[in-house]
Design a protein around this ligand. Sequence first.
Ligand code: DAH
Length: 345
Amino acid sequence: MEQQLNELKETVLLKIDEATSVKELNDVRIAYLGKKGPITDLLKGMGKLPADERPKMGALVNVSRETVTEVLERRMAILEQQAINEQLDKEKIDVTLPGRPALQGNHHPLTRVVEEIEDFFISMGYEVAEGPEVEKDYYNFEALNLPKGHPARDMQDSFYISEEVLLRTHTSPVQARTMEAKQGAPVKIICPGKVYRRDNDDATHSHQFTQIEGLVIGEDIRMSDLKGTLSLFAKKMFGSEREIRLRPSFFPFTEPSVEMDISCFKCGGDGCNVCKKTGWIEILGAGMVHPNVLSMAGYDPSVVSGFAFGMGPERIAMLKYGVEDIRHFYTNDIRFVSQFHRTEA
Ligand code: DAH
């Protein structure tokens, strides 16, 4: 019986050695060490042995079983580790592969410029006002000192919807609306918005564009207030060394009227292609609010005065970012728009 036990032990050790997978080794365990296996059989067969041989034989069987179990467990640990390694190998990902960048939305360059202008004026205590794009002839023209038949109406070719209603040709009607609503109280607003003109689109004209209107009304508002405000604005938008120049001009709603130039931010005034060799770049129109405009809105021009200005964010964005064609702002080609993505947080 002892010999039988030894042979069995050798066989099991060999089988353990031959097993190449966790499953095969488990089969060996069940076949040889399980309840129905030969070792159990051997133990059962001990009853046939003479009583004095039983303890020795029992001890032998137990030792053999322990040895075999130990060997099997060691082998099992190795095979399990192997299985894990194979699995990891199969599931390996190459973390050095370049990823696919996530496309991120961003503000349109025009929106950025409008917000920058708004931020400046808000910091100076202005409020942002809005008005309708479909406007009454009265607010777009008449209340701004442009009665029917006034030749200056031709300066702004209009899209009429009916005799009395049109798409606003500028943001100035918001001046008239705001003053009317304020009933004589002081005003300090800017009004950004879309405007429409019957123009043939080309590199510098668009039938739809944006404007920002500014209006300050109060007692003792002077031309010097306008000049100081615009000078700060020019420095904020185009650099602290910018100088401004006011040239006499004409707008029906302001008297006197001016156009503001800034010293060229490219050549500093020496003359280059940006300033067309003049050293100056025209930026906006402005002036002191015409007494007629004040009185039509219910103000007393002998008590209050004010200044107004109007500018085109497209023009400012084109100058600031070197954009050569206004149509780029509206065709929304991602290659154009994404050049202006904000990189700062
Ligand atoms: N509304 C004028 C335009 O569209 C721009 C403008 C000029 C507005 C002078 C003003 C101003 O308020 O004072 O051409």
